[in-house]
Design a protein around this ligand. Sequence first.
Ligand SMILES: Nc1ncnc2c1ncn2[C@@H]1O[C@H](COP(=O)(O)OP(=O)(O)OP(=O)(O)O)[C@@H](O)[C@H]1O
Ligand SMILES: [Mg+2]
Length: 483
Amino acid sequence: MTLENNREINILNSIPKMIILELDINDTIKNHYGDTSNIKIDNNIKLNSLIDKENNEKIQLLKNSSKQIVTVNCFNKEYEVTLKNILNDTYIFYFYDITKYHDVEVQLKQSLSELTCKKEELQALFDLAGNGISILDKNGLFLYANKFFQDMIGYTMNELYSKSCISLSSEEYRESSEVAVEKAIKYGSIQNFRKICITKNGVKLNASMSLSYLKNRNEIIMITSDITNDMKYQEKLKKQVELEVSKRTEQYEVLCHQSRLAAMGEMIDSIAHQWRQPLNSMGIIIQGLKHLSNNNELNSELLKEIEEEIVEKIIYMSQTIDDFSTFFLISKKQEYFNILKSIQDSIRLIDVQLNHNKIKIKTNIQNNINLEVLGFANEFRQVILNIIHNAMTAIVDSDKKDGLINISISSNKNKITIEISDNGTGIKKEYLEKIFNPYFTTKDKGSGIGLYMSKIIIEHHMQGNLTVKNLKSGAIFTIELKQ
Ligand SMILES: Nc1ncnc2c1ncn2[C@@H]1O[C@H](COP(=O)(O)OP(=O)(O)OP(=O)(O)O)[C@@H](O)[C@H]1O
Ligand SMILES: [Mg+2]
């Protein structure tokens, strides 16, 4: 091909990305056209002096028609080469520059391989995840489930394809599962939806699931955790707590019982004191009766007088017993009771002993205050008796001649305050922290439960406060109750 016409040569030279080489049968370049601006090609040189052996061999494949097109690297670029054999002694090679396409292809291949890697990573992540991960269609049908989910539920992926997540729920959870799928689609996601699934083996599985709706794909990602063990653990924990509570209740009941026994001991002491005097008087009356009868001085009038006196004493004694027996009743429910009356009831029980020890009680009540409190009256009486009894012991121990217990009641902003102070020994500094502890006592025959129970009654049963302070002489116990 010899092109004499300049115009045609110009056209050939202006084809972008194209080099045309005209070779004879000996591969000697006869003419060259096209975009050769950056390449030095001379006519009458052999092709293999321009192109390396390997690429040259590829080009030769075109000549024997074993390939229609080959890709070669030459002139620092990548070319697609085709051949046109015109006449028998002339070969026209078309080198089309595909460097750019090649770069794009390389990039594409790289992206594809990265994508494959990512997919594999994701797959591994799905399969190694410690949760069941599955993808559902908008009706809840399984499109994919990771290994963990398959193992958890016992179905293989093939078996899952025909199933919906709703059908795996136990009967009572079918409806709520359906609602969960609908809600996930409507609101984008739902978290920690709990239900019972039935595995392929028919085992019940407590599951917690979170569903996220992928709007663009119209699919749902479902993460499932098996919480059967958690539930068992929680159940165990609950039982342990219940056991602990019941142990504590038992312990508390034992303490209550002990405290009542201790109080009963003190009570019997009080009864003995309270009965001593009327019993003595009745003994004297009976002796007098004998004397009167021996002297025939007994007339009906005198007998009536004696009878009245004896009946009065018996009433007093029986009243004492009634007082003590009510004291030992446990209040069943909270009721409104009068603080002052309860304090007086308690004082009455110990009155004889206080008199015996020449201890005075003074009560000081703020004017016009509401003395009604909601709580357990009997228990409250027990607290007051404990505190007064302790005060009495402290006064006796201090050898004070003018023993005095002051009780003051005041009220402020729906809070009633009862202060019981004595002029006894006071409490040693190092004991102040301990006197409310169970079994703490400084007394030979003390049980050390009185104040412990008092604190529980006031603070736990009646939501109040019981505190103690030392005074210059003696101690002061303060009870605060809500009204
Ligand atoms: N008013 C007080 N003055 C001085 N010490 C007190 C006073 N009240 C309590 N205590 C001290 O607190 C201790 C504990 O009192 P608590 O009533 O709990 O038990 P107890 O009186 O020793 O025994 P119990 O009441 O069971 O017979 C007493 O042993 C005593 O040392
Ligand atoms: Mg006591």
